[in-house]
Design a protein around this ligand. Structure first.
Ligand code: 4AD
Ligand code: MG
Length: 464
């Protein structure tokens, strides 16, 4: 007999009934009675399960017994209109092959309704749940939409290095990369470690940002973006911080801060629109399960103009709010998530782009304003998230940039190559970084960043 070709579950729902099909996947549930078994089968292609109907008389009793939650099976049968509610079609099984059993006594995903905390301890199996299937499909769709967005605009995808000798954000939160023997490292006469004997002949770390190399790209290709993993050794145990996260960093020649804000706003809106247009089954599931306002929040963001205000104006609003914050507010402090969320959720009720921050709380590369106090930085602040994007117009003057590097006591030597962009054909330019997982928190409505990345890395946690 001719071997049927496997059809993905997603595609089964698009077929007209009345043909033989082959489906493969993992059993979500099995129920039934003496005469008939109903198996809900999922293969990860959609949130929806295909129902398999097996006539007990036609199958070996032992075979049906071994089909339990978590088992992997292949089913050949007729795709027929479903008489029960809930699904348009189902498969009337003719033959079933078991690829792999799942012992009901030890398979951890027996019942529905496990907590997200428990699922984090079995991150290697949680993609088999409805929730993580939905989140991971949306994660994929957003990655695709990001590449599509920039490709359509003529941006070049630039691959920036993961291992680097410079600290872009200057916060010293870097994971060191070394092949030296940590129990017995080579030392200089003064007792310091001799990094000239390390793998790269110098001290290196995992990158916190691809921006500096991104700027080199923009000064040659015009408009580039990076999209890769970045690393921060900050000891932040919050629902919004990861030690390893993915960042999208566009960098554009000839953009001033206003152009940068326009791009950031259009970019996020277009990603949210893509999710609404392409991920509705998964969004509906998450909306029903976790966050009844998810879809309406997504729709509202694409329909509103983001507020634009300066840091100084923002501080004035916060000071006048009468609100009791955990961290007190005054001009010069770095804004905490509670402040950002007050502005976005309570005061304005929509996303905010804040600009012109005090130079002392921002990185060295930001364009210096004439007031001598502030820089042309911009953060995009979102409901439920706080900061989702950080960016700026860049300082294009070699003199001013060198002065700032000296002022901050940074190593001039590891930045010589970067300063060449200002020495040779410098130009106004801008860019920003979107935290991919922060975007996903917003788009999926999940409350904890550990639940929007397959294998989260946080302080004291690098399992799987
Ligand atoms: O504001 P940040 O530190 O900016 C930069 O790294 C710049 N070099 C970007 C640029 O201008 N090209 O980080 C940018 C974004 C933040 O707004 C946030 O969304 C995300 O990256 N982010 C984190 N996401 C998860 N976990 C962390 N620990 C994060 N730190 C930053
Ligand atoms: Mg930031």
């Amino acid at each position: 007999m001719e071997k049927a070709i496997r059809t993905k579950v997603r595609d089964l729902f698009r077929l007209a009934p009345g043909r033989e099909v082959l489906a493969k996947g993992w059993v979500r549930t099995k129920r039934g009675n003496k005469n008939v078994s109903f198996i809900a089968l999922n293969d990860g292609s959609t949130i929806n399960n295909i129902q398999i109907v097996a006539d007990v008389a036609k199958f070996d009793e032992d075979l049906l017994k071994r089909i339990t939650t978590g088992a992997c099976i292949a089913v050949t049968g007729d795709l027929v209109e479903s008489l029960g509610g809930g699904q348009a079609v189902e498969i009337q099984a003719k033959s079933i092959e078991i690829y792999g059993e799942a012992d009901p006594n030890t398979y951890p995903l027996q019942k529905k309704g496990h907590t997200l905390e428990f699922l984090r301890t079995i991150a290697h199996l949680r993609p088999r749940t409805n929730t993580f299937g939905a989140v991971l499909r949306i994660r994929h769709a957003m990655a695709f939409a990001i590449h599509k967005y920039f490709n359509d605009k003529g941006f070049v995808y630039l691959h920036t290095p993961v291992i680097t000798a410079s600290d872009c954000e200057g916060a010293g939160e870097m994971f060191q990369v070394t092949t030296l023997d940590l129990n017995n490292p080579p030392r200089l006469e003064n007792g310091q470690i001799d990094y000239s004997q390390d793998f790269f002949g110098r001290q290196t770390s995992l990158t916190v940002s691809g921006q500096l190399e991104g700027e080199l790209g923009a000064m040659a290709l015009g408009e580039i973006y990076t999209f890769g993993p970045t690393f921060r050794a900050e000891n932040s145990n919050t629902p919004r911080h990861l030690a390893e996260f993915w960042m999208i960093e566009p960098e554009m020649a000839f953009y001033e801060i206003e152009d940068n804000m326009d791009l950031a706003e259009d970019f996020i809106k277009s990603l949210v629109r893509y999710a609404l247009d392409n991920c509705m089954d998964d969004l509906k599931f998450l909306n029903d399960m976790f966050d009844k306002e998810l879809i309406s929040r997504l729709e509202s963001v694409i329909g509103t103009d983001f507020v634009r205000l300066t840091y100084t104006e923002g501080i004035r609003i916060l000071e006048a709010s009468g609100e009791k914050f955990e961290f007190p507010v005054s001009w010069g402090v770095d804004l905490q998530s509670e402040h950002e969320r007050y502005l976005v959720e309570k005061h304005f009720g929509r996303p905010v782009i804040m600009t012109d921050y005090p130079k002392d709380i921002k990185a060295f590369y930001m364009k210096q304003n004439d007031d001598g106090k502030t820089v042309r930085g911009m953060d995009v602040l979102f409901p439920k998230i706080g900061e989702i994007i950080g960016g700026s117009e860049r300082e294009s003057s070699l003199e001013k940039l060198e002065a700032r590097i000296r002022e901050l006591g940074m190593s001039h030597e590891t930045l010589e190559w970067y300063l060449d962009t200002r020495r040779f054909g410098s130009a106004p330019h801008s860019g920003f970084g979107l935290g991919f997982e922060r975007l996903l928190l917003f788009v999926t409505g999940m409350g904890n960043i550990r639940d929007v990345i397959p294998f989260p890395r946080t302080p004291k946690n690098a399992e799987f």
